[in-house]
Write a protein that binds this ligand. Structure first.
Ligand code: NAD
Length: 497
């Protein structure tokens, strides 16, 4: 039965939200870790404390399922039907799933209900629909042979998820990995396991084999590392920090050279030229900078603005922030909740301190709300005249601190935009279409939006250049490539046969 958000919040208050292991045939280790909500740091339930034993058990059943073809050998139409039935169930449970992400990650309930969960279901539907619409090619090999270029599922896939968009990141990985016939082992972030577990339970109800979609809960350094080092996992698709992404490359190199796909962090520029329609772009700039408490890989955390309009734009940004209510994310109307956990809050606080040490001026914000609920709440903050050598300009904060830097020419704007080790996303605001084209081409990033902030949508590939990404793309039909091998089959035509 689907729960209402009040039911979910009441269960959380009783400490009764459970995220066990979902590994067929494996008993135990379901509640070794405490799960707390960042809203007020209270215990809301428990999650499994998986490690090597759990990953071994999961890979074993996933492999048997793959070899037996329990899921892989279903026709594309059958896989599509099962996944669409699953999406119908997810839709029935949309309110419950939204509340789970809200309580687990401290995300505003309005966002979870209106954006995250609808996008999660749309993603899974889109990939379900792709099942019987994407197919192979025949090479132009001439009359003596026929070369078929076919795609095959890779086998056992590990999907390692971050905590900032728990349900959506699950869908970005599981949708394309499952529809192509693989067995998928999901390792949710230990801070936010709830929606992944619930969605997987619903997949089973919809008829997707339990052995084809498994969840192993546990700490990154236990369950995550065991998955990364397992000799019988074919691909790990990882979304998270660049530092942990680097570890997965190491795990792969030291084990079976499994394929690794990394979707990592960003320090994304928003470039505003003097001819931009300032009134029209203020809300996009603020969304890019502060949406999801800036706990967003494509957060537009560096605002590069033409010197002649800088002051006018700053004034409008500060006025626009009046609509950004900070508070308890369970309440409708709140747009900024807490940082996801105490250590992350401390890290963000460290950026406030280093900004002070660098002599940066906050035109608004600059304070934490240590007195409020968990105490992990940070005011949206805008620093001006941020020099490129400062930490604030260079490092991903993952908290609501916007660095504003002026520029004098298009050339300088492009140089500043590219002055980063990351390359995930960027926005360019200008009314000049030629400039828009020049600058969008010159910025080294996987997604560039002109006159808006967008990560694109499920139809467009998403991923990073430089240290923001490696090995593939999420979303779009491109994501299917992460989870498929390409095989060539030659039929040689023998004369007279
Ligand atoms: P994280 O790297 O700390 O954790 C991500 C996952 O890796 C978690 O499941 C965690 O348990 C696991 N992990 C942690 N340490 C591990 C280890 N030693 N070995 C194996 N696994 C380990 O990232 P996070 O803090 O959950 O998420 C924030 C980061 O994710 C940010 O840098 C953000 O930019 C990035 N992100 C990127 C995208 C994208 O699509 N590019 C999307 C969302 C988030």
């Amino acid at each position: 039965m689907a729960l209402s958000k009040q039911d979910v919040f009441a269960r959380a208050a009783r400490g009764d939200l459970k995220a066990p292991q979902l590994i067929p045939g494996f008993q135990g280790n379901d509640d070794g870790l405490e799960n707390r909500t960042p809203i007020d740091n209270s215990v809301i339930g428990s999650l499994g404390d998986g490690g090597k034993a759990e990953i071994d058990a999961a890979v074993k059943v996933a492999r048997v399922c793959f070899e037996a073809g329990t899921w892989r050998k279903r026709s594309p139409g059958e896989r599509k039907a099962a996944m669409l039935a699953w999406c119908d169930l997810l839709q029935e449970h949309a309110e419950e799933l939204a509340a789970l992400d809200c309580i687990d990650a401290g995300k505003p309930i309005d966002e979870c209900e209106n954006t995250d969960i609808p996008a999660t279901i749309d993603t899974l539907r889109w990939y379900a629909e792709a099942a019987d619409k994407v197919y192979g090619r025949i090479a132009p090999t001439g009359p003596n042979a026929t070369g078929l270029i076919v795609k095959e599922p890779v086998g056992v896939v590990g999907a390692v998820l971050p905590w900032n968009f728990p349900a959506q990141m699950y869908a970005w990985k599981v949708g394309p990995a499952l529809v192509t016939g693989n067995s998928v082992i999901v390792k949710p972030a230990e801070l936010t396991p709830l929606s992944a577990v619930r969605m997987t339970e619903l997949a089973r109800e919809a008829g997707i084999p339990a052995e084809a979609l498994i969840v192993v809960n546990g700490l990154g350094e236990h369950a995550g590392e065991a998955l990364g080092r397992h000799m019988d996992v074919d691909v790990v698709s990882f979304t998270g920090s660049t530092d942990v992404g680097r570890l997965f490359l190491k795990y792969s190199a030291e084990s079976n050279v499994k394929q690794i796909v990394l979707e990592c962090g960003g320090k994304n520029p928003q470039v505003v030229f003097a001819d931009a329609d300032i009134d029209a772009v203020v809300s996009d700039i603020l969304n890019a900078a502060f949406w999801n408490m800036s706990e967003n890989c494509s957060c537009g955390s560096r605002l590069l603005v033409a010197n002649e309009i800088k002051d006018a734009l700053l004034e409008k940004l500060v006025a626009g922030l009046g609509d950004w209510k900070l508070g308890d994310p369970r309440e409708s109307g709140v747009r900024l909740g807490p940082m996801v956990e105490g250590p992350h809050f401390e890290k963000v606080k460290g950026f406030l301190e280093s900004a002070k040490a660098d002599g940066l001026h906050a035109v608004t914000g600059g304070n934490v709300r240590g007195d409020y609920l968990s105490g992990w709440y940070v005011e949206p903050t805008v620093y001006t005249d941020v020099a490129p050598h400062t930490r604030l300009f260079r490092e991903e904060v993952f908290g609501p601190l916007l660095a504003v830097t002026g520029f004098a020419s298009e050339e300088e704007a492009i140089r500043l935009a590219n002055d980063t080790s990351y390359g995930l996303a960027a926005s360019v605001y200008t009314e000049n279409v030629h400039r828009a084209q020049r600058v969008a081409s010159a910025i080294r990033a996987g997604t560039v939006s002109v006159n808006g902030f967008s990560e694109g949508d499920i139809t467009t590939p998403f991923g990073g250049y430089k240290q923001s990404g490696f090995g593939g793309r999420d979303n779009g039909l491109e994501a299917l490539d992460q989870y498929q091998e390409t095989k060539t089959i030659w039929y040689v035509n023998r004369a007279g046969k």
